[in-house]
Design a protein around this ligand. Structure first.
Ligand code: ATP
Ligand code: MG
Length: 510
């Protein structure tokens, strides 16, 4: 008897006693993922509007006599005359570790047939970025595993670094390599049992890409064991513009959860050019006035409110971070177009990729001269600064002299030395995709280069020599590599060890 009473009591307690008041309207116009409704006089800006068949929309335009809203998901069954109700809720997505290893749509619903996602928490998709007080400047590196980036354009946790370039110049590859490298570091770090180790979780947001490309990305991450530390948010080219518009914010909310809970996360937006185009489409359908390049007036805010949500939080606020790698596609290398200049001004630096370099076989095709990282060097570990501090300057000097030297053959000894070293530097920086290097290996290579161990090797053979060197130190000098990682600075003792290892390697490489 008691049991039954208890059960009834529990049922009564669980009943929702609040009367929800909802405002019902009618769809008067419907086109390309945008609906305009009459009668929704109480809708809030950004409120979720619910339609039949589990279709959701977001109220974006609150006009005097109608509400314009974008529709998410599959909206083929919706017709003019259908009802839409206010929900009193802002759009939110599931967050948490349960999403790692999963592929989801912009509402956080699974796309990968791996079962339901049982999230404990939901975060609103649109959120105000952390203010000034909780922030701290970047002080911890985020190793990409790409030698050129880690040495000359270092990225810190909490930084926003733009990857920009024409189509097919290796933009996505740089972002994916970074994700793969985080997974490699996570695996080793977590296995080592080090209490201070902080793994980096990744979120990859695919915006307007072909489904086949997204499938390839998933497969690549899976092959490299990186999927288990990654959340993929997919809004493919086949979906309507509203999904593409929401996707980065949804991904950002998932990344923010890690930051708010004192963890480190990395988010890739691939790419924001398509995002801006989707927003333009939505805005034109909502009949908003258009400005430069037919983009609506608030397209700057579109990206600034997104990228400002990446931050490095102070210890008082949990000490988490969210690093962002937005990607922008340029047309014929034109960085002065509207969207590229906007995003360049919001981020903390850019990695600029060039078609010419890519076609010459310089891969990654990074144009070092115009790539910068404005804050990352303060996060670079000391040993890296010791070997790479002067690299960018030397490279600039080399570029200038090399252009000049094309016209004359008799060069003075100093010029020749700079050009010879620069040629070798360019070769050393070449790196295949999907093969990130551990930080200690990167430092050793640069040390060997700076100390002349590659000087007497023919430029054409540098790639081969570098591979053999990497092989040698990872098999025969593991204690050296461990020491670099643990001491983080090249002391005299370490310098001697490096010298010995390099000399030993040189004997094997004839
Ligand atoms: P899209 O404009 O289509 O998005 P993208 O700029 O993102 O292209 P990727 O897809 O990353 O470029 O790379 C284009 C091609 O170049 C791919 O086939 C990739 O495998 C190859 N590639 C990229 N980086 C390297 C590299 N470092 N070494 C060798 N090949 C590379
Ligand atoms: Mg790409």
């Amino acid at each position: 008897m008691n049991e039954i009473l208890k059960e009834i009591n529990a049922k009564i307690e669980a009943l929702e006693s609040v009367n929800r008041h909802s405002n019902v309207g009618k769809v008067v116009a419907l086109a390309d993922g945008v609906a305009r409704l009459n009668g929704l006089s109480q809708a809030m800006y950004n409120e979720m509007i619910s339609f039949k068949d589990g279709i959701f929309g977001i109220a974006l335009n609150l006009a005097e006599n109608e509400v314009g809203c974008v529709l998410l998901g599959d909206t083929t069954t919706l017709k003019e005359g259908d009802e839409g109700k206010t929900t009193g809720k802002l759009l939110s997505v599931p967050v948490g570790k349960c999403l790692l290893g999963r592929v989801v749509d912009v509402l956080g619903r699974p796309l990968d047939n791996k079962g339901d996602i049982n999230a404990q928490e939901y975060y609103p998709v649109e959120k105000i970025a952390p203010g000034i007080l909780p922030r701290k400047s970047v002080n911890q590196p985020l190793q990409t595993g790409i030698l050129e980036v880690d040495a000359m354009i270092p990225i810190g946790r909490g930084q926003r670094e733009l990857i920009i370039g024409d189509r097919c110049t290796g933009k996505t590859s740089i972002a994916l390599d970074t994700i793969i490298n985080q997974a490699k570091i996570n695996k080793e770090g977590l296995a080592s049992g080090d209490k201070d180790f902080r793994p980096v979780y990744s979120v990859y947001v695919a915006i307007g890409q072909k489904n086949a490309n997204i499938a390839r990305t998933i497969q690549l991450l899976e092959e490299h064991g990186a999927l288990e530390y990654t959340i993929i948010v997919a809004a493919s080219a086949s979906e309507n513009a509203a999904n593409l518009y929401i996707a980065p914010y949804a991904g950002c909310a998932m990344g923010e959860w890690f930051m708010q809970n004192g963890m480190d996360a990395l988010i890739v937006y691939d790419d924001l050019s398509k995002h801006a185009a989707a927003y333009r489409q939505v805005s034109l359908l909502l009949k908003r006035p258009s400005g430069r390049e037919a983009y609506p007036g608030d397209v700057f805010y579109l990206h600034s409110k997104l990228l400002e949500r990446s931050a490095r939080l102070d210890e008082k606020y949990g000490g988490g971070s969210l690093t962002a790698l937005p990607i922008i596609e340029t047309q014929q290398g034109d960085v002065s177009a509207y969207i590229p200049t906007n995003v360049i001004s919001i981020t903390d630096g850019q990695i600029f990729l060039e078609t010419d370099l890519f076609n010459q076989g310089v891969r990654p095709a990074i144009s070092v001269g115009i790539s910068v990282s404005r804050v990352g060097s303060s996060a670079q570990i000391k040993a890296f600064k010791q070997v790479a501090g002067k690299l960018k300057g030397e490279y600039a000097q080399y570029k200038e002299l090399a252009a000049f030297a094309q016209f004359g053959s008799d060069l003075d000894a100093r010029t020749k030395a700079i050009i010879d070293k620069g040629d070798r530097l360019v070769e050393v920086m070449k790196q295949n995709n999907n093969s990130p290097k551990p930080v200690a290996v990167e430092i050793s290579i640069l040390w060997a280069l700076q100390n002349g161990f590659f000087d007497d090797i023919d430029v054409k053979k540098i790639g081969e020599a570098q591979a053999s060197f990497e092989d040698f130190i990872t098999t025969s000098a593991t204690s050296l590599l461990e020491k670099i990682v643990s001491e983080k600075v090249i002391s005299n003792e370490l310098s001697d060890m490096l010298k010995e290892a390099c000399s030993n390697w040189k004997k094997t490489f004839a």
